[in-house]
Write a protein that binds this ligand. Sequence first.
Ligand SMILES: Cc1ncc(COP(=O)(O)O)c(C=O)c1O
Length: 400
Amino acid sequence: MIKVSKKVASIAPSLTLAISAKANELKAAGERVINFGVGEPDFNTPAHIIAAAKDALDKGYTKYVAAAGLPALKKAVCKKLKEDNNLDYEPSQIIISNGAKHSLFNALYAIIDEGDEVIIPAPYWLTYPELVKTCGGVPVFIEASRKVCYKITAEQLEKAVTPKTKALIFNSPSNPTGAVYTEEEIKKLAAVCEKHGITVVSDEIYEKLIYGGQKHYSIAEVSPAMKELTIVINGVSKSYAMTGWRLGYLAAPANVAKAIASFQSHCTSNVNTMTQYAAIAALEGPQKPLNDMLEQFGIRRKKMLEILSGFKKLGIDYVTPDGAFYVMLVTEKFYGKSYKGRKINGSMDVADLLLTEKKVAVTPSVCFGDDTSVRLSYALSLEDMTEGLEKIGEFIKEIK
Ligand SMILES: Cc1ncc(COP(=O)(O)O)c(C=O)c1O
């Protein structure tokens, strides 16, 4: 038997897998499953983006290109960062990778030495701790309490810092909570990072999906010193409904970008060339499809919150999210109670029972380092959402 390395042996399998495998089994058996587990826009990639990829293929752009990305795409990313985030980067500071997930891996691999601590606010996107461990780091969690809308404070951050702290992974808007930090909140966190020289890996993949008048603010914008400490992660997956295309990017201080460019040149080389042309069209082309999608998400979010507010009288709670397309529905009140004789011990049981008994798939928040809730995505049709929420309401009423 081949013994796997310690690095990969410590990686946890995705807890969501069991739930989605069961949902797929039910579907294969002909059951109608309403899926609130979706982590991607349910809209098609806009036509002009698809056309740009086809055009690239027709023109024969099917060869290797520069490992760190097409110069034209890096320029488009610089323009986007300047216009949207008031950040000045040179194209050499941009690395185009296979999705924001790959950009995150590259960023962490480039900065973590064995035993370095990386602070992660919880609830977190489940990939973060596993990537930190893969890179030889130690994840350190701070509870982002729902009482303060799932946001960590500068005081909490200060307390978590040790001589081994290397980085903070910061995600606003957040998956899974939908929390969006304000400029003021970010400036306070940045002051702690500047004081201790902590690198911030700032995952801004949901930047465009913000509702209710809040504005995205990048921690790299705070000051030139903070920009030197930040690696900005972003991509086209969520904003342009391009999850399957696999294109993310990072912007980093020159020495970090140079190291990542070398590393990527040996690992993956360039992201597939036609996808890079499609991404140029996404960033530089009409933004109407993005705005239309955002409007639809806004309508669904409103509807979901309207229905969920009715659940409050059933004793269930949630925090109004300002961004992304998720709502955390707090289920901890039911732990210790039973559904049809089966005891509910945590969010995994809630998710399992909802799927088995109501054919409704949700994501248990235990996957995100918090066992209080289930995450509902509103990347599904209004009709499905309404029907699914009715079933969740019935389920709650049947808990004894
Ligand atoms: C917070 C967060 N960051 C990064 C990603 C990865 O995005 P990509 O599909 O571009 O790899 C996701 C995808 O679910 C996400 O939720």
